[in-house]
Ligand binder design. Sequence first.
Ligand SMILES: [Zn+2]
Ligand SMILES: [Zn+2]
Ligand SMILES: [Zn+2]
Length: 490
Amino acid sequence: MTISRMEKVEVFTSESKGRGLKATKEFWAADLIFSERAYSAVVFDSLTHLVCHTCFKRQEKLQRCGQCKFAHYCDRTCQKDAWLNHKNECSAIKKHGKAPNENIRLAARIMWRIEREGTGLTEGCLVSIDDLQNHVDSFGEEEQKELRLDVESFLHFWPPQSQQFSMQYISHIFGVINCNGFTLSDQRGLQAVGVGVFPNLCLVNHDCWPNCTVIFNNGNHEAVKSMFHTQMRIELRALGKISEGEELTVSYIDFLNVSADRKKLLKKQYYFDCTCEHCEKGIKDDLFLGVKDEPKPSQDVVKEVIQFSKDALEKIDKARSEGVYHEVVKLCRECLQKQEPVLADTNIYLLRILSVASEVLSYLQSFEEASDYAKKMVDGYMKLYHPNNAQLGMAVMRAGVTHWHAGLIEVGHGMICKAYAILLVTHGPTHPITKDLEAMRVQSEMELRMFRQNEFMYHKMREAALTNQKMQIMAEPNNDAAPAMFHKKQ
Ligand SMILES: [Zn+2]
Ligand SMILES: [Zn+2]
Ligand SMILES: [Zn+2]
């Protein structure tokens, strides 16, 4: 085959995994391997008036497109940047009477781009949209039905004067979106807000213990000089040393699951059997299901506690989605009482409850109890995740902020520093979350110094700060599952 390459990576084919990307030079932790702009991207249906359609930042105030009244933007800069991709969409929405769903909008944007640029390789792309996998042949009956509905709605929306595509080609595009659509998040990384297609990223194969991580960066055009402006993009970064010639991998799913469950999920969502080392050898499975050493509980007791935990998690999910947070807290406390004498500190059922409990209690501003749970959660995570895992970094950051709010400045500052070190690797120094963390690190360091000099004064100052100004409130807990890398309808 012809080898397509960029500066630091090249495409290769292997018998077992098909296509992949490998390094053509050595990388070290935090190295940026490549960044890529979306081929096409759209905001989720439920957020179209809350999130900018160009940079995907969540904003208090957005400006509406005067033509279709559908698209929203931060400002003139974002609106101007959007026009090439929005022009056709804008008039189609006006004619159609309303905007179709996100899937149809994304397919249409991709096809308008193909109409403009043709189907060949776009500049900077190692693979064309035509050559991406669609997995339509592996679709079950339910998925086939949805695909037919999508194609039908698409044809309703697609204007007769635009280039016409075959049914087979339209199905290909929906198949590509289905398994390669990458989830985009807002600037704080708190919420999934949209989906986009990034062809080069699609070439990076999965490994449950990967050597790279991928991060969405919304870009920035706040600088006065436009030469310092950056565009929204994904960035692939090395998590540790990668040798020349080594395959680059990312994890499509969260690692905190026993290997059998990860394999099941990957098969269902991405249609492949994971043969990574961690799955083959079941590495860390014993920790995920760990139980207390002394006294070692009987198998029956363990079974009962696990079943109790599963039932509790279901009830908790329900109460959380209904916003009955005090009920969530009650259920968590009950479950933790059952779990703590039986399960080890790395057991995933215990960690899941601790995660919900700390998140919801922070939201309710019960920072002391929240920080206790957050500490236990982070201690467990450290034994399970890769030391530079992005999810670990975000969890340590939240735990640090919770401690800080609880007045536990020493532990809080330590955690914020730890999170900052991880995010420098995974998100890079210019990401808005890293910048937030840097500001928190400076602030908490100053408070820590004050605390060490004069504890009494420190508490006085804190009290005053608490009564005078409303504390920064944590984001409302949401029910989103752990973020899967690629956006796929469940
Ligand atoms: Zn914007
Ligand atoms: Zn418009
Ligand atoms: Zn695996």
